[in-house]
Design a protein. Structure first.
Length: 167
């Protein structure tokens, strides 16, 4: 069914209808395509160097925010940012493969030995471990940012409020 044309000066609700169409063009579809593409980039069996994956992810996320970010709300972008960081944590955990490698990396990132043993020998899956508190304390948001993982929230703020916006 086609939406009827309206005169914004004739009906006050018409402006809200027009703005609703402008602020969310292709919202759910763009959101789903973004998640699908990030899943392809951070696929567990890809076998690429972690830094190459992060570089590709940064290029894609920057382009996506510049194109679709204007149409998405702040909360949707924050949820996507959390999800992307969790995917990157999953990729790191998968790339460390062996328990001794996981142990070595977790100790280097400042996690106490008692907790490292619980995490490195865990039988939980990669996705579940990516939300584990031990792994989140080891691979903090700041550390991921230093590695080059894109911060969708910061990109969104810059796209909406300009490069001088406080992040």
């Amino acid at each position: 069914m086609m939406a009827e044309r309206c005169d914004p000066f004739a009906r006050p609700l018409c402006i809200e209808q027009m703005l609703a169409n402008v602020t969310q063009p292709d919202g759910p579809k763009a959101h789903a395509r973004f998640k699908q593409r990030v899943k392809e980039i951070t696929r567990r069996n890809r076998g690429h160097n972690v830094q190459d994956v992060i570089d590709e992810l940064r290029r894609y996320a920057t382009g996506w925010i510049n194109y679709f970010g204007i149409s998405h709300t702040y909360t949707a972008v924050v949820e996507l940012a959390e999800w992307v960081r969790r995917r990157v944590r999953l990729y790191y955990w998968k790339s460390w493969k062996q328990p001794r490698t996981r142990r070595r990396h977790l100790l280097a990132l400042g996690i106490p030995r008692e907790e490292v043993h619980m995490a490195s020998r865990s039988r939980k899956g990669y996705w579940r471990m990516s939300s584990n508190s031990i792994l989140q304390r080891a691979l903090t948001n700041a550390w991921l940012h230093e590695q080059g993982v894109p911060d969708l929230r910061a990109l969104w703020i810059v796209a909406h409020y300009g490069p001088k916006a406080r992040i």
